[in-house]
Design a binder for this molecule. Structure first.
Ligand code: BES
Ligand code: ZN
Length: 925
């Protein structure tokens, strides 16, 4: 697709000036002849971009919304899509209601060349001129399309009728082309604001209307969309027209279609007809996904007490896809590796990912599709809920998944993001396309889920579910905002404080830090209370952010403590800077844990005596709580309160630990510590420490899969071997990895798929050109999508500079699909061992790199700085990249946060590196 990219990106402004001649212009530029001559209606033309906009057009609004006064009622879209051509186009007829008489209508449109526009109201049709114009906070390309006409139209119903052409997008959003197995395809990705590249529209989530879609494609290609096919008809000129049933009310961002040659596999017909749609030749890899989707659909219907809202469900595997998956109503799109699994050889890891992403997108069919957020500032209602719900459904479907255990680990990650001065709030104003894109971040997904988990634990599972049912029922087919959800939860629970608690976590950034201490005294009341936990609250701050904070939270706070050998749980609402919790009937407990089950979104600190008592009670805690001990300690290293060396000492107390959650956190902390506090000179001693801590467990687990192993055991092995190989330079692990990789390359089916995933990148670390060649051959013609990903991850794991350069050259020459940059370019640019070489290469080859990477991906290049840990390096990378990407949509937040992250790490390094080096030398093993 690299050749098409340069065609389609060619100076977009010229497209506008070309008014009627777009198709010819683009076709000439791309060396092709347009299929059909443009239909020209003399009176109606696209306006010239340079001409001043008539005064009848309302000014762009600062809040990024369209001017009021025009309400869409339904769309009829009649598009001709030929993925062998550089453009597509057609006709959009939009029924609207005009609130008053007007000579202008402002809608959305992006890079659309309007050929004719007509506005009809009260039986009168008149031509309109179309004016692309910048929205208030647009970067570069105009997002709005103003129509102007001579006679007043409205009030009342009207129809906007627009014929247009548009270029296929160069990236993976809007309507874009993919070539797979030599065959042409077109796919769509509209969320958040790219429907406007596909057709003129009122591209805001608050407008939900039926869509009637007709797709005309070259004969031999098939078309699929949100709703069932109503009819298909071949035409004399070599085309086939697919007419789809009108959809129920949808926002524009959920409209989707696909064109190409597909394998289609039918699944169960109930609770809805399920189909799998994959590029030709890949349909047989869909069986596991169909099963999971059918099971999840039933469980979700039961949870919401409301059946699946749409008439069918297509699961669509897209051969080049930017996100992981997208919840288009009735037509869910996925990247292939999440949907197409080899039933005989798929790894447990890919089965887990598949189940969780399907559950997530299916949850959206209720949460997001049936009930849609009124505006992008509430996109967390979609994403946090889908995440939270997916864990619950996956655990119901396959309890050994223990997806909710993984969510606890993810909470720890997002707390680090939330502690940045530049963190986003869960609810944040969105005034532009760029800000809408930025809203899909760890805060929305991860903090949102963690807060929901906290509220659910506080209100109780059944009450919480009842609240959600009320919410869905009250707003189905329509829109809702966060306060509507709070109301439903308050109504269901009778708890008045729901909104206040939620607001304190959604309307401000940051992580609360609870200090807790236990006081025992002689019995003083009838209940025999002897024990009281005293809590105080402040903001958790990392060491780079000294200084007072005014923030307070309302926190559902739960403590766990042993009574007669069993852990008990007690909760209260902490509403203010201080609180006390009495523990009646508990005597004076041997210890307490201030975040029972780790369900709370807060961190804690204990008085030294309480910390010692807790350390002695470790084996009575749940794995979530033992995880919390490690994570909270590691957080105190970041806040400057616990020396890294003391943390290393503390970890030695976890040798007998068996939980994958706890070891996962240990491995994660050690990897962060490696980046932040281990100098090159201290590395051998650090590696020895890691081997000492993890080696015995690693040998016990072994580098081969055992029959009947649980998910937990596999996940545990993954974390332990990865740490031993990468941080511990463990010779045994590295040689086992090489052995497994050779066996896998000789015959992929001979090696357990989870072992292969683990082994290949470890083997590649010290691999040579010959190994690189063999992995590249797999990546070029993989038998399954999972094998592609394993091979690509392998290519990116080489440390040999010559092989690093080969992968970077592949990126720059367009030899890596955009969707695969996450497996190749990102690891090279962020991993400590290859980062410097990669940065030097980026600086030397920027023009080629930028040409190979579409805008949305390029906007996140600054992530490189976030993975650095050195003041000067952060600043010099930022100085290079910032001017090159800051004009891109959606780049602002990533620039701010990456720089802050890099500098935060540098500060920890300055504080901790010398002392850690010394400790490691003294404790040399
Ligand atoms: N709605 C999103 C896809 C999306 C992401 C659209 C960003 C526009 C911008 C979808 O529901 C989603 O969240 N997908 C996740 C997978 C999920 C399992 C967390 C993704 O793509 O990573
Ligand atoms: Zn989602």
């Amino acid at each position: 697709m690299a050749g098409n990219t340069s065609c389609a990106t060619r100076d977009r402004r010229r497209i506008w000036i070309a008014d009627l001649g777009l198709a010819a212009l683009l076709a000439a530029a791309c060396g092709q002849t347009p299929r059909a001559a443009p239909v020209v209606v003399a009176a109606a033309t696209a306006a010239r971009a340079e001409a001043p906009l008539p005064a009848t057009v309302p000014a762009p609004r600062d809040d990024g919304r369209l001017p009021p006064g025009v309400r869409p009622r339904s769309y009829a879209l009649d598009l001709t899509v030929d993925p062998t051509l550089p453009t597509f186009g057609g006709r959009a007829r939009i029924a609207v209601t005009l609130d008053g008489p007007t000579r202008a209508i402002v809608m959305h449109g992006r890079a659309l060349a309007v050929r004719t526009a007509l506005v009809t109201s009260a039986g009168v049709s008149q031509p309109a001129r179309a004016w692309p114009r910048l929205a208030a906070h647009d970067r570069g390309e105009p997002d709005e399309l103003a129509l102007t006409f001579d006679q007043l139209a409205g009030p009342g119903p009207a129809v906007i009728d627009i014929e247009y052409q548009a270029p296929f997008s160069p990236g993976l959003d809007g309507v874009y082309r993919v070539e797979e197995g030599g065959a042409p395809y077109a796919f769509t990705q509209f969320e958040p604001t790219d429907a406007r590249r596909a057709f003129p529209c009122f591209d805001e989530p608050g407008w939900k209307t039926p869509f009637s879609l007709t797709l005309t494609v070259p004969r031999g290609l098939e078309a699929f969309a949100n709703s069932k096919l109503a009819r298909r008809a071949d035409s004399a000129d070599g085309h086939t027209t697919f007419t789809f049933e009108p959809t129920p009310p949808l926002p524009t961002y959920l409209v989707a279609f696909a064109v190409g040659t597909f394998d289609v596999r039918d699944g169960p017909r109930a609770p809805a007809p399920i189909r799998l749609v994959a590029a030709r030749g890949k349909g047989d890899l869909g069986a596991l996904s169909i099963d999971a989707a059918a099971a999840h659909l039933t469980l979700l219907g039961q949870y919401f007490d409301r059946p699946y809202p749409y008439s069918k469900l297509d699961l669509v595997a897209v051969p080049n896809f930017g996100a992981g998956a997208m919840e288009n109503a009735g037509f869910i799109t996925f990247r292939e590796e999440l949907l197409l699994l080899d039933p005989a050889h798929a790894s447990t890891a890919s089965r887990r990912a598949m189940a969780s992403v399907i559950a997530h997108e299916l949850a959206h069919q209720w949460f997001g599709d049936l009930v849609t957020m009124a505006w992008w500032d509430d996109v967390w209602l979609n994403e946090a809920f889908a995440n939270w719900m997916a864990d619950k459904i996956v655990d119901q479907w396959r309890p050994e998944s223990r997806a909710r255990v993984k969510a606890i680990g993810d909470k720890a990650q997002v707390m680090a993001e939330d502690a940045l001065a530049s963190a986003r709030r869960i609810r944040n104003p969105v005034r532009s396309s760029g800000e809408a894109e930025e809203a899909f971040d760890g805060i929305t997904y991860g903090k949102g889920r963690a807060v929901l988990n906290m509220i659910e634990a506080w209100l109780g599972e059944d009450t919480f579910r009842d609240g959600l049912r009320r919410y869905i029922k009250a707003h189905e087919w329509g829109n809702a905002s966060a306060p509507d959800l709070y109301k439903a939860l308050a109504d269901a629970s009778g708890v008045r404080e729901v909104a206040a608690v939620m607001d304190s976590f959604t309307e401000q950034t940051g992580v609360p830090l609870i200090s807790a201490s236990l006081r025992c005294q002689p019995a003083r009341d009838a209940a025999g209370t002897t024990a009281v936990i005293a809590f105080t609250e402040r903001e958790y701050r990392t060491l780079d952010r000294a200084g007072p904070s005014e923030k307070t939270w309302r926190i559902p706070l739960c403590a766990a403590f042993p009574v007669a050998g069993h852990l008990q749980r007690r909760c209260m609402l902490m509403d203010g800077a201080q609180a006390e919790m009495a523990l009646p009937g508990a005597g004076c407990p041997a210890f307490f844990y201030p975040n029972a089950g780790e369900t709370g979104y807060y961190r804690f600190q204990l008085a030294p005596a309480d910390a010692r008592r807790l350390a002695n009670g470790l084996n009575q805690l749940s794995e979530q709580e033992r995880f919390g001990v490690v994570n909270n300690s590691w957080a105190s290293v970041w806040s400057g309160e616990l020396p890294a060396a003391s943390f290393l000492e503390l970890l030695r107390g976890f040798r007998n630990e068996d939980s994958r959650l706890v070891w996962g956190q240990i491995a994660e902390s050690l990897a962060e510590l490696d980046r932040a506090a281990i100098t090159d000179g201290a590395r051998p001693a650090f590696a020895a420490y890691v081997r000492d801590l993890l080696g015995p467990l690693g040998r016990r687990l072994g580098f081969t899969a055992k029959a009947g192993e649980t998910d937990d055991q596999k996940i545990l092995r993954d974390a332990v071997m990865d740490a031993l190989g990468n941080l511990g330079d463990d010779g045994w692990v590295l040689s086992q990895a090489r052995r497994a990789t050779d066996a896998w390359l000789a015959d992929a089916a001979s090696t357990d798929a989870d072992i292969a995933r683990l082994a290949v990148p470890l083997a590649a670390r010290h691999g040579d050109a010959a190994l690189y060649d063999r992995l590249l051959a797999v990546a070029r013609s993989p038998k399954t999508p999972e094998l592609r990903v394993v091979a690509l991850r392998g290519l990116a794991a080489f440390e040999d500079p010559a092989q690093v350069a080969r992968t970077l050259e592949l990126v720059a020459s367009g030899g890596i699909k955009t969707q695969d940059l996450r497996y190749t370019f990102v690891p090279l640019a962020t991993r400590r061992s290859t980062q410097n070489a990669t940065i030097a290469w980026i600086e030397g080859n920027y023009a080629r790199l930028a040409a190979a990477v579409p805008d949305p991906q390029r906007a996140r290049f600054m992530g490189v700085a976030g993975a650095l840990c050195d003041r000067e390096r952060v600043q010099s990378v930022a100085a290079f990249l910032r001017p090159r990407i800051e004009a891109l949509e959606g780049a602002d937040k990533s620039i701010r946060q990456s720089i802050e992250q890099g500098l935060r790490c540098a500060m920890l390094r300055e504080k901790e590196a010398p002392a850690t080096t010394q400790w490691l030398a003294q404790h040399r093993l």
